[in-house]
Design a protein around this ligand. Structure first.
Ligand code: DX5
Ligand code: ZN
Length: 225
């Protein structure tokens, strides 16, 4: 399966999210990664369902929603109604993970889990049949622009073995750039989230998005070719 790139709009210019999304899609991204943070489960606050609904008409690809909120259960329906294609939740924040994943699928979305760096792969062993997506956090969630944690490569390899022939994608989120992309793809990643490596640090120069996405994709593909 071809490698997918899901730029995180966390690093985009929030004053013009519609234009930023159209630009990354024109630049060749596969999905649009939306980081939702609550200032409680993670030490940062970002956006909620209303902003997701507002950006939805600008997304032609896939709205890949990553919920870093605790609890997520009371808000799952709102994110589905806002147009999320994927909803990923953190098992560390959800004691009844099996039920929450069922709810996500019942709402018509693909269901994902996101595993913090300290969370072992085994946490999802008994919910594999409820999963479409596993996000391996290669930084501690909360902020863009952090350094990749090499300790997560082993977990990606473990998950690749654990998922076997199942139709579950492994997405890696945090610190992905042209140096780290080949490492995670070699370990088994199918989807790469990248915030700062696509958008750049600070200056929103949309002309660089296509070359940034292409460079990450090429670096990742080097690992498998
Ligand atoms: C971290 C978020 C990531 C992050 C990625 O909590 O889930 O999606 O924004 O940003 P970079 O690619 O800059 O590490
Ligand atoms: Zn994310």
């Amino acid at each position: 399966m071809p490698l997918k790139i899901s730029p995180s709009i966390l690093s985009a210019d929030f004053a013009q999210l519609g234009a930023e999304i159209r630009a990354i899609e024109e630049a060749g991204c596969d999905w649009v990664h939306v980081d939702v943070m609550d200032g409680h489960y993670v030490p940062n606050l970002t956006i909620g369902p209303d902003v997701c609904a507002a950006i939805r008409p600008h997304i032609k690809t896939v709205m890949d929603v990553h919920l870093m909120i605790e609890p997520a259960d009371p808000f799952l329906e709102a994110f589905a109604k806002a147009g999320a294609d994927h909803i990923s939740i953190h098992p560390e924040a959800h004691p009844h993970l099996d039920r929450s994943l069922q709810v996500i699928r019942d709402l018509g979305c693909k269901a994902g889990v996101a595993l913090n760096p300290s969370t072992p792969a085994v946490v999802i062993e008994h919910v594999l049949d409820r999963l479409d997506l596993i996000i391996v956090m290669s930084v501690n969630p909360g902020f863009g622009g952090q350094s990749f944690l090499h300790s997560q490569l082993d977990k990606i390899r473990t998950l690749k073995k654990m998922t076997g022939e199942r139709d579950i994608l492994i997405e890696v989120d945090g610190g992905i750039n042209t140096q780290t992309a080949p490492l995670v793809v070699a370990a088994g990643a199918d989807v790469l989230v990248a915030g700062s490596a696509v958008y750049g640090k600070g200056g929103q120069d949309m002309s660089v998005y296509a070359s940034n996405i292409k460079a990450i994709r090429q670096a990742g593909n080097l690992a498998v070719n």
